[in-house]
Design a protein around this ligand. Structure first.
Ligand SMILES: [Zn+2]
Length: 120
């Protein structure tokens, strides 16, 4: 990857990160407002169900935020785009599709085959 490609990926990751953080804040604020004025137990129950659904999404988002931050750290360190399993370069095309990835397509597919075999 050249410098320009790294810059493109850095911008992509930064935008995704900002979007996730913004979305997370909106969701938390929305939840606080809605929960305060629900005297009806039925509304309350459905609010709680919504909330646990929201929390699951938040959990997934938090994990993604960590992955994005780790990817941005790797860009700073100069190790971004190198497969953590085999040490080969990950293709730019793959990184554009999935910038948080830490494995090249070969290692990833190999791992998936293994996981599937273990799962069965
Ligand atoms: Zn690899």
């Amino acid at each position: 990857m050249n410098k320009q490609q790294i810059e493109i990926l850095k911008t992509l990751l930064t935008e995704q990160l900002q979007e996730l953080i913004k979305h997370g804040n909106d969701a938390v604020n929305g939840m606080k407002d809605a929960g305060d004025n629900l005297p009806d137990p039925t509304d309350r129950a459905s609010f709680d169900a919504d909330r646990s659904f929201m929390l699951r999404i938040r959990e997934r988002e938090a994990k993604l935020i960590n992955k994005i931050q780790a990817a941005l750290d790797r860009i700073e360190e100069g190790t971004f785009g190198i497969c953590e399993t085999c040490g080969q370069k990950i293709s730019f095309k793959r990184l554009i599709a999935r910038p948080v990835t830490t494995q090249c397509i070969d290692c990833k597919s190999h791992q998936e085959v293994l996981e599937k075999a273990i799962g069965e």
